[in-house]
Design a protein around this ligand. Structure first.
Ligand code: 1GP
Length: 253
């Protein structure tokens, strides 16, 4: 599954565990919202955040980006347009393979609980309706190849990252994302600090069909421009949306 990234060059990452800005209407200036964080996220605060963003900007596409299957439910799948699931190349095994197997095993085992489908508990009917319910979720799943480059961030701690990749390794991860894993998104994550254009340039070399996102420390239009000029399809802005709405508006290209 992929969304149409043409026309999306500014993404806002809204953390359900952080207070929202007083004037939430500023969110309408972005092109797409990702709801997710690295600490303190729950199903309940995810739904609340998706609903508040939808009230402020009804036409904005919203991705839920969980770091645990416990954030995903029938209600969140229903509320979000997509469920973006990170696979962290420089993370530990849990964050490239194990969490995903666990999540999809849960979907297969309990599709009714997860997806809210009314599934009779008998024979072949379970199998066929269960597959339909799973297909509903699969329609919304968006796999993201990730590199987490700020080893001091909560995102690094959550995904078991203890070493940033070199630019060559970032390029290799991007190439693998497009030509081997076939994920629709590659995400260079510098969460909390500005990483500059180098990794984006390295990744962009190998990406033709994969959307290239950069997030981390963006606080100005100049930084947005630098990252987009380096080859990113979109920048992702997080902290400054929560902390300083005026500065946030200055990151819009
Ligand atoms: C975090 O990439 C996003 O997941 C955005 O980073 O919070 O540093 O803007 P910042």
């Amino acid at each position: 599954m992929n969304l149409d990234w043409s026309g999306v060059d500014h993404v806002t990452k809204v953390d359900p565990a952080k207070p929202l800005p007083g004037d939430l209407d500023v969110v309408a200036h972005t092109d797409l919202v990702v709801v997710g964080g690295s600490d303190g996220v729950t199903e309940a605060n995810t739904i609340d955040t998706i609903e508040r963003v939808a009230d402020a900007a009804p036409d904005l596409p919203v991705l839920q980006e969980p770091y645990s299957g416990s954030h995903v439910s029938a209600a969140t799948v229903d509320a979000a347009d997509y469920v973006a699931i990170p696979a962290v190349f420089n993370g530990d095994r849990a964050n490239f393979v194990a969490k995903h197997v666990q999540f999809f095993a849960e979907v297969g085992r309990k599709p009714a609980e997860l997806l809210g489908a009314d599934i009779p508990l008998l024979g072949d009917v379970i199998a066929s309706r269960g597959r339909e319910a799973v297909a509903d979720l699969a329609e919304k799943v968006l796999a993201e190849g990730y590199v987490v480059q700020n080893v001091d961030s909560k995102a690094a701690a959550e995904s078991g990252v203890d070493r940033a990749f070199s630019a060559d390794e970032v390029a290799g991860a991007a190439l693998a994302t497009e030509s081997f894993y076939d994920f629709p998104v590659f995400y260079v994550e510098y969460s909390g600090t500005y990483g500059g254009p180098e990794d984006v340039e390295a990744a962009a070399t190998y990406l033709a069909d994969t959307a290239l996102l950069y997030g981390g420390g963006i606080e100005s239009r100049d930084q947005t421009a630098e990252v987009l000029d380096a080859g990113a399809d979109a920048v992702v802005v997080g902290d400054c949306f929560h902390d300083d709405p005026d500065r946030f508006l200055d990151t819009i290209p």
